[in-house]
Design a protein around this ligand. Structure first.
Ligand SMILES: [Mg+2]
Ligand SMILES: [Zn+2]
Length: 177
């Protein structure tokens, strides 16, 4: 059983520009590549992203795939393998089970990859990113990049808050048993 990290995309890995439509919109936040290079030695890495703008009609699935494909290729070039990227195309407020904090993708990954959820983390710049891991029996952490500062007051007590993914990675390593 391996531990895993489920990363939010916008505001956690990538700069959040609101609407990302093509490869040129992909900009990694500072320190993210180095943090992932360290984390991949102990954790399997996944990306979990709510692509609400698809459901809203602002973005097409093709645009989302272009952005995700470019991000994954860039990470791969830097030696980082993302096992799976899970994207929910539902609009905000959708009731599908894969829209964060819904846990369908996480449960699916845990079964397919034999993950130890108790030792795994969900990470993101929104409280629901951390809530997901905790409600699934694992752990969650909020980063203050992206919209993190804006939502800081909504982070439940007991949930660790990190300045960015680099600091979050130190907290996750320290929490390993
Ligand atoms: Mg985000
Ligand atoms: Zn969904």
């Amino acid at each position: 059983m391996t531990p895993a990290i489920f990363l939010d995309r916008d505001g956690t890995i990538l700069e959040d520009h609101g609407v990302l439509t093509c490869a040129a919109d992909v900009h990694f936040l500072p320190g993210v590549v180095e943090a992932l290079q360290a984390l991949k030695r102990r954790f399997r890495l996944f990306v979990l992203t709510n692509e609400s703008l698809v459901g809203k009609g602002t973005l097409t699935r093709q645009q989302v795939n272009l952005v995700n494909g470019h991000m994954l290729r860039e990470l791969h070039r830097d030696g980082i393998c993302i096992e799976e990227l899970y994207a929910c195309p539902g609009a905000k407020g959708t009731c599908c089970k894969c829209h964060k904090p819904g846990s369908e993708f996480l449960v699916d990954a845990a079964q397919r990859y034999g993950l130890d959820i108790t030792q795994s983390w969900t990470v993101g710049d929104h409280p629901h990113d951390a809530e997901l891991g905790r409600s699934a029996g694992g752990n969650g952490i909020v980063v203050l990049t992206g919209h993190g500062q804006k939502h800081r007051a909504d982070v439940p007590k007991g949930v660790p808050v990190a300045f960015d993914l680099a600091e979050a990675s130190r907290i996750m390593f320290a929490g390993m048993q």
